[in-house]
Design a protein around this ligand. Structure first.
Ligand code: APR
Length: 225
């Protein structure tokens, strides 16, 4: 059976990492247009870099929870594609194989000039030099609003062949990820949502309500024992 899993910030909430749109979410504390767009980075790179330095430090001290560990087990089964919108690396640190980071990752740096990637420093000052081309053009390896998510060809191919699609801990607010359930459903996949509560009643064939650290291990056990 070919399974495609999409995860969102709710997967890491019980590891202590803030989501975006819940009551204490990141977008309650910062405006997207001030910290998560290419224009914001051009306008005030120090503010944007400080925002990601803070999130990078938080993600580095967080620990994978039972949901990350269950998905790591699932990712080793044949025919499973594991996609995350999250920029923490908790799935990778839980041992998941071949995680698709469609919105980038905090522990990676990107050179805006030559495209080189390297392990991000804990703190990235304005004008950090690229270790490859030497120009002062380092930026967080994060997909900002208005930029194309990564690995979309691979994701579209997996969705078109999926027998089962699961969306875990995501509010379904941001496209293209929010539309994956429709693509998978149109090509005949069964669709399931795992969340505290249904985000769009009727949109998924099935909804499993509850905290991810309980529902995801149970769901994975029902698939692979
Ligand atoms: N268990 C399961 N689900 C949870 C839990 C939990 N413990 N805690 C919160 N959730 C759910 C919320 O109900 C909500 O539906 O996680 C979801 C979090 O939604 P958002 O904060 O919108 O996060 P996400 O869907 O990942 O955002 C998508 O938006 O801002 C951009 O790039 C950013 O990747 C992000 C994208």
């Amino acid at each position: 059976m070919r399974i495609v899993v999409l995860t969102g910030a709710g997967l890491s909430a019980e590891s202590g990492l803030a989501t975006f749109r819940d009551a204490d979410g990141l977008w309650e504390q910062h405006r997207v247009e001030d910290v998560a767009t290419p224009q914001a980075f051009r306008r005030d790179p120090a503010l944007v870099l400080r925002f990601y330095d803070g999130r990078r430090a938080g993600a580095a001290t967080a620990r994978p929870n039972a949901a990350h560990e269950a998905l790591a087990r699932l990712s080793r089964a044949p025919g499973v594609t594991l996609i995350t919108q999250n920029v923490d690396s908790l799935l990778d640190r839980a041992g998941a194989r071949d995680v698709i980071h469609m919105h980038g990752r905090l522990d990676s740096a990107l050179c805006a000039a030559c495209g080189h990637r390297w392990a991000a420093p804990t703190v990235m000052p304005v004008g950090t030099a690229c270790p490859d081309c030497g120009r002062p053009t380092a930026r967080p390896d994060i997909v900002w609003f208005g930029e194309m998510p990564y690995h979309m060809e691979r994701i579209d191919a997996a969705l078109s062949q999926a027998d089962l699609f699961a969306a875990i801990g995501t509010s379904g607010n941001v496209y293209p990820a929010a539309g994956f359930v429709d693509v998978a459903g149109m090509t005949g996949a069964e669709t399931v949502e795992l969340n505290l509560a249904a985000t769009a009643p009727g949109r998924f064939d099935r909804v499993i309500e509850g905290p991810a650290s309980r529902t995801v291990p149970e769901w994975v056990a029902s698939l692979i024992g």
